[in-house]
Design a protein around this ligand. Structure first.
Ligand code: ACO
Length: 376
């Protein structure tokens, strides 16, 4: 029987099962394959967490060695991809660059339509390895600099800093970055992951699913919020101005970026871990004023609206303190979420059903098509 109740934004609708992660609003927790995300962030590398999301278990030492070797061997971009990146307008948003790069990788892959589990795992691993190279090359291009080749002697996070800035920062900075990657890696049926699952459900290829997911993540109600948070903090300027700024923004019915969440209504389970990483970055870089503003706005939002920060609120300023430009923030989210997206694409393929909801028509009543002479 058709259920005609309308659930705007699919709020509260359970669409399918998943074994990848559990977001539990009641206990304010997030687990990947059963492990609390804060514990993974405390003791694992991003490579280990990626393996866990794809293969269901943390890797043994031998599995990690092989996985790491494949990741390092896959990082380089060929001449054609680098040429394509160079030809894109310098004004292009880095998310548009990423969307184009993934689409191109698909067009260039002779095995694009091989949807076997082995082929799709290999493609997912290749995208994980290549995305940082694309982000770093684009980051440098916008500064008029040539790309830096990946260094197979460095881990995923260290190598990314090396390709962006030509040097690896203090281990503490690398670790804070890696923590953000682990926290951003997966979050069940969020908008971009669901987009990837919808595309996969039509039996399209994995690159098309990821390209569509990048488009969904770009929006400021989703991944684009980490950039919007930094713009907002820069617009407010100082802790003293936070209260007046919020008065105006709320009166204008503006959404305060980095606050609120569709699932968590009492605080995002990832925030305490990312906040601790932000505090470490702030101490390292001497960012007292920024942190005063951060704290003042959060206190005002919680007191006035009872709305808590989501992961994008601490992640935005943390990326700023790591030296990244604001338009690079959402691509950093992509570098992490590629693991969650592709784990879900594989899961969707395993037990596929075309995702095709219904709508309730509210347009004009049935009517005859007028003759051309009547359409004056
Ligand atoms: N600022 C101001 N008011 C807010 C905010 C916010 N950030 N978030 C929710 N509200 C208010 C809404 O205006 C609404 O009020 P009303 O009932 O008086 O109309 C109420 O809280 C419920 O909000 P909804 O929009 O219905 O909540 P929904 O679940 O649809 O939205 C969302 C969730 C989109 C994340 C929203 O909180 C928002 O726009 N936040 C800002 C953007 C953001 O930070 N996105 C990142 C999400 S997390 C991530 O991608 C890692």
């Amino acid at each position: 029987m058709t259920d005609t109740a309308i659930r705007k934004g699919l709020a509260g609708v359970v669409v399918d099962t998943t074994e990848i992660s559990m977001v539990d609003e009641a206990s304010n927790s997030l687990t990947y394959r059963g492990y609390p995300v804060q514990d993974l962030a405390a003791s694992c590398t991003f490579e280990e967490v990626s393996y866990l999301l794809w293969y269901g278990e943390l890797p043994t030492a031998g599995q990690l060695r092989e996985f790491t070797a494949r990741e390092r061997a896959n990082r380089a971009l060929d001449r054609h991809t680098l040429d394509l990146l160079r030809r894109l307008p310098e004004t292009a948003h880095p998310m548009d660059v990423l969307r184009t790069a993934i689409s191109y990788l698909g067009a260039d892959d002779p095995a694009e339509d091989d949807a076997s589990v082995a082929a799709n795992r290999a493609k997912a691993e290749a995208m994980l390895a290549k995305l940082p190279t694309v982000v770093a090359a684009d980051h440098r291009r916008r500064r008029g600099l040539d790309p830096i080749q990946p260094d197979p002697g460095l881990g995923h996070a260290e190598n990314f800093f090396h390709m962006c800035f030509g040097r690896v920062p203090e281990p503490e900075v690398v670790r804070c970055f890696e923590v953000s990657m682990i926290l951003y890696a997966e979050h069940s049926f969020n908008a971009s992951t669901f987009t990837a699952r919808v595309v996969t459900s039509t039996l399209s290829d994995i690159y098309s699913s990821v390209t569509a997911a990048i488009g969904a993540l770009k929006g400021s109600l989703h991944g684009g919020a980490n950039e919007a948070v930094m713009h907002m903090l820069q617009e407010i300027g100082s802790a003293e101005r936070a209260s007046d700024w919020l008065d105006t923004a709320l009166a204008e019915k503006r959404k305060i970026m980095g606050f609120g969440h569709r699932v968590y209504k009492h605080g995002d389970s990832r925030v305490p871990t990312m906040r601790a990483a932000l505090d470490r970055m702030a101490a390292l870089r001497g960012a007292e004023e920024l942190m005063e503003l951060y704290g003042a706005l959060e206190a005002e939002m919680v007191a006035r609206k009872g709305i808590h920060p989501n992961l994008d609120y601490p992640a935005g300023p943390a990326y700023h303190l790591m030296g990244f430009e604001v338009p690079t923030f959402t691509p950093l989210f992509v570098m992490a979420r590629i693991t969650g997206w592709t784990a879900h694409i594989l899961e969707q393929q395993e037990a596929n059903a075309l995702i095709r909801p219904l709508s309730s028509y509210t347009g004009r009543e049935r009517r005859p098509v007028p003759l051309p002479a009547q359409r004056l």
